[in-house]
Each structure stands twice: as structure tokens, then as C-alpha cells.
Design a protein around this ligand. Structure first.
Ligand code: DGL
Length: 248
């Protein structure tokens, strides 16, 4: 069984892609919606929440947990891998696939738009420079965007105005990586607002492809099941089902 963990609904974009490429696998999704958003929280709290959530997914029988949350992938992936690595399980994140995707697409200047926690960690910058030290990376923390999506306001002028303001801090980029689980719902707004010639990247499909590749290289870690899906959340389940439908 594969676990997919996020702070809330947004990781369901990754979940959708995982189910597309691995339809025969059983998946448990855990959204920590009762404590989201994560983006502005301090590192100790984030690690604490992440440990609890990964522990729960392992208890559910997951042999592999995909941390779909960019903030946790950037701030705590190594910590989670040390704590829950083999023989207990395997933990993968989204920051390395995101960096690979950006480096593959850029002509030299990548912009990252993400939560404050992701930006402060510097993880995307580090991962991109490991792959290509010549790439310039500019980051922008966009504290308002995840809450705008959670409100369901992604098609409003508020969303457009907020995206435009945040992009003002990313002049000269040729590639924009959406470094937060919620932003694919704003992808059309980003594409509308970015200067022409800037490629907007939603990493979720590539994250799923890299997962397939990882499973091929680690045979026997997770065996295919019946394509079942269970969705768990820590907040109000009705609200989660209602809002989650927009992502899944
Ligand atoms: N899941 C978070 C991320 O990808 C975004 C939402 C939040 O702040 O909790 O960084």
C-alpha cells in the first residue's frame, strides 16, 4: 500500500496522478486538514505534525509514503527518512522531482512560488544547484495563495491580483515552478499573468512518473493491490470531502 500525505486537500493532485500511473495499487491519502495551513508554521511544529502523520500511514499498512506537501518535503524529508526509513518504511518527497523538472525546462532562470516555509528552507535552490549550478533561482513566498484556494476563490479577481503581485518579485524568469500543492488550481491564473515565454510547471504528473521509476528500481517494496483508495483527514470530514472533490 502507498501512503500520500499532505497538509490538506492539495496533495490530491499528486494522488490523482499516482492513481493514473499506478491504477492497480492501493492508496491511503492523509490530509492534515485540521492543522493546515502548514506554510507559515515553525520547523519544530512541522516536524512534529509530519512524524505523527507518517506514523499513522505506516500503521495503516503503507510500505511507502509519498510526502506530497512541498513544505514538509523541503523542511523535513531527511528527518522523516532517518526516522521512518527501512526496515520500517520508505519516505519520498516532491522537492527533488520538482527540481529535476525545473532544470529540464529552464533556459537559465527558474522562479519558485511556494509557502514561506518552503522558501525559507532553501531546499529547491539547493536541489536545483546540485543538478545545475549555473541555473539562477528566484523564490517568492506567497502566503495568501493557499488560503485563497482553500476558500474556493481561485477564479476571482482576488486570486488574479494576488498572483500578479507575487509575480512582480520574480522578474526575468523563463520557468515558474508551482512549489505548493494548492497552486495547480491557480495554474490558469498563473499562465494568464506570467509574461509570454515563461513556462509554468505543475510538478504533480512528473512526481508520479518518478514514483513509478522508484518502484521499478525497488522491486518488492510495495506490491500491487486492487486499486482501492481510502481518504483520511484530521479536520471536518464533510468539509474535506466537499472541498477535496475540486482537487480529485
Ligand atoms: N501543502 C502545502 C505545501 O505544498 C501548502 C498548504 C499549506 O500551507 O498547508 O507547501
Amino acid at each position: 500500500m502507498i501512503g500520500v500525505y499532505d497538509s490538506g486537500f492539495g496533495g490530491q493532485f499528486v494522488l490523482r496522478q499516482v492513481r493514473r500511473v499506478l491504477p492497480g495499487y492501493d492508496v491511503v491519502y492523509l490530509g492534515d486538514s485540521g492543522r493546515a495551513p502548514y506554510g507559515g508554521r515553525d520547523v519544530h511544529t512541522l516536524l512534529d505534525f509530519a512524524e505523527q502523520c507518517v506514523e499513522r500511514l505506516l500503521e495503516e499498512g503503507c510500505a511507502l509514503v509519498v510526502v506530497a506537501c512541498n513544505t514538509i518535503s523541503c523542511v523535513g524529508l531527511r528527518h522523516l527518512q532517518r526516522r521512518f526509513g527501512p526496515p520500517r518504511g520508505h519516505v519520498l518527497g516532491v522537492s527533488i522531482p520538482g527540481a529535476e523538472l525545473a532544470v529540464g525546462a529552464t533556459r537559465g532562470h527558474v522562479g519558485i512560488v511556494a509557502t514561506a516555509g518552503t522558501v525559507a528552507s532553501g531546499t529547491y535552490v539547493t536541489e536545483i544547484h546540485k543538478l545545475d549550478p549555473t541555473v539562477r533561482v528566484s523564490q517568492r513566498a506567497a502566503a495568501l495563495l493557499a488560503p485563497i484556494v482553500e476558500e474556493g476563490w481561485e477564479a476571482t479577481g482576488i486570486a488574479r491580483e494576488a498572483v500578479a503581485r507575487y509575480l512582480e518579485g520574480l522578474r526575468g524568469i523563463d520557468t515558474l515552478l508551482l512549489g505548493c500543492t494548492h497552486y495547480p488550481l491557480l495554474a490558469d491564473v498563473f499562465r494568464e499573468v506570467v509574461p509570454s515565454g515563461v513556462t509554468v510547471l505543475d510538478p504533480a504528473p512528473y512526481v508520479a512518473e518518478r514514483l513509478v521509476d522508484w518502484l521499478d528500481r525497488h522491486p518488492g517494496v510495495v506490491t500491487a493491490g486492487e486499486g482501492r483508495l481510502r481518504v483520511l483527514c484530521t479536520g471536518d470530514p464533510e468539509a474535506f470531502a466537499r472541498h477535496g472533490a475540486r482537487f480529485l
